[in-house]
Ligand binder design. Structure first.
Ligand code: DX5
Ligand code: ZN
Length: 209
């Protein structure tokens, strides 16, 4: 299972990113919230674009915006392994999957807690990752929504049945207790405040692994 660390709850972005260099986190999860499509804690692109100067870790970008042309282009110049956008953000899902792939970056599709997996099923053979939100996007430090476990199980069964080459990622409220509710179904987890609110990031990452 891969770990992607979100720093949305960090008070000091630069310090948090530098601290992650001393851990074995697989990715840095970069939450981009535009304040309109999703209301919440916004960190402007001009700050986020500095991350590759502070870390050589690959980025797992989570776009919470419907301005996809603009932001896919902007993030594509960073050290991205994945760019994930929300299925709820556009009717032109295929267009943006192709756009992300055209930059040689893997594409993820995110679904909100209130969205059913039927919404992403038509695109699963085109994307590399599904990001199942286990909180309403906007802020770090929220509680894991329990129904997520059923959604993950349903999704995993479908992916196995169709033999799809795609990974499942889960985002929101992941800590040493909730990890047990997702670990059998996912290939990657995003964890933020559980890791970055501690004084020993690696110790928290170890408990998740
Ligand atoms: C929520 C973000 C999450 C969040 C994760 O909008 O997409 O990535 O920051 O943080 P925790 O683990 O604190 O829920
Ligand atoms: Zn996220």
């Amino acid at each position: 299972m891969k770990i992607s660390t979100s720093f949305l709850s960090c008070k000091n972005l630069e310090k948090g990113i530098k601290e992650l260099n001393f851990t074995d986190t697989d990715y840095i999860h970069v939450d981009f919230i535009d304040g309109k499509f999703v209301v919440g804690k916004t960190i402007p692109f001009r700050k986020l674009k500095k991350i590759p100067k502070l870390s050589s870790k690959r980025l797992d970008v989570h776009l919470m915006t419907d301005k996809l042309d603009k932001y896919i282009k902007k993030f594509s110049i960073l050290n991205c392994e994945y760019i994930t956008f929300h299925v709820e953000a556009t009717k032109q899902v295929e267009k943006y999957i192709s756009m992300i792939h055209s930059y040689g970056i893997k594409c993820g599709l995110a679904i909100n807690p209130s969205t059913s997996i039927e919404e992403v099923i038509p695109y699963l053979d085109m994307v590399d990752l599904v990001l199942v939100m286990s909180v309403v996007p906007g802020y770090g430090g929220q509680s894991f929504i329990e129904e997520t476990t059923n959604k993950l199980l349903e999704l995993k069964k479908y992916i196995q049945k169709e033999k799809l080459d795609i990974i499942i990622n889960v985002d929101g409220g992941i800590n040493n207790e909730t990890i047990g509710k997702v670990k059998d179904y996912v290939d990657m987890v995003v964890s933020g405040s559980y890791i970055t609110n501690s004084s020993n990031y690696q110790e928290k990452i170890d408990t998740l692994r």
